[in-house]
Design a protein. Sequence first.
Length: 344
Amino acid sequence: MGGTSSERDVSLASGLRIAEALRSRGHEVTAIDTARGTLSPAEERAMLASGVMRTLPPGQEALARLASESLPATVQRLPTAGEVDVVFLGLHGGQGEDGTIQALLDLTGVPYTGSGHLASALAMDKDLSKRLFRDAGVTTADWRMARRGDGESWRSADWVTATITELGLPLIVKPSKQGSTVGLSLVKEAGGVIPAIEEAFRHDDEVMIEAFIAGRELTVGILGDEALPVGEIIPKHEIYDYECKYTAGMAIEVFPAAITADQWGRAQAEALAAFRALKLSGCARIDFRMTKEGTLYCLEANTLPGMTQLSLIPQAAAAAGIEFAELCERIVGLAMSKASGETR
């Protein structure tokens, strides 16, 4: 857990809660912050008492300073097969969710939760994800990309005009390889496009400019090969941003969602199709927008979704009758079954 991504605080909150849950079921758990190393029981208690999370993502300078203090613990000393039964990945964003740590663990033969290194990398890259969604017949909003080193053509008035002509307004502008809506902007006027791209470039070297889909926000968790109950998110802000996601009272999450049986079935089917298109495994979350006409647009896949008290996967599991400690155990079981070549 932890790490040095913009989602560090959320990851710590997820990881500490997971550790507590697994210990409550009799498991021996060692908590590791990949930026700092093994956490002592006293450090864990202090973090839990402090609340860990912020309502704004940590600044890039603070994260860079943390990353420079020491080599990540996972690089300093990787666990080996037989030394641990499974590594539970409570990391979010950055090298924890983009396949980097998964690839390192593959070299050691240690089972770990979530998707493999290739699937993790594909899901983290929103541009590639959307291409694979479309190939699998999963509907997703139209988009364009801006990249560093392309001459900054996106700064030109012609580029902005062409983008608005193609995608319309409003637009969603976001880093292509980030999570938790870090660096995301909702742009309603042409004059806001370039500043929004500049903000997104603070977090990534590729930026996605996407047509905004008005409608209801739905989410579907996948556990193994099972789609969990569909949920609906009703944020206090116009979009489900970082503050709404991680501040109590800033969003209403409804599980199960108040939608028709047909919409429910289509959302679960589309979620499973997206999950399989990216070759995901273990536990993941697929997010959608549903228009007033009932058309579903897949937004993205989250390969290591949040496990905090406010997170969506634990709420979806609870709606299916799975309490949190059992959910954590089932995720561990999926990882061990995958490592042994079984299917569950």
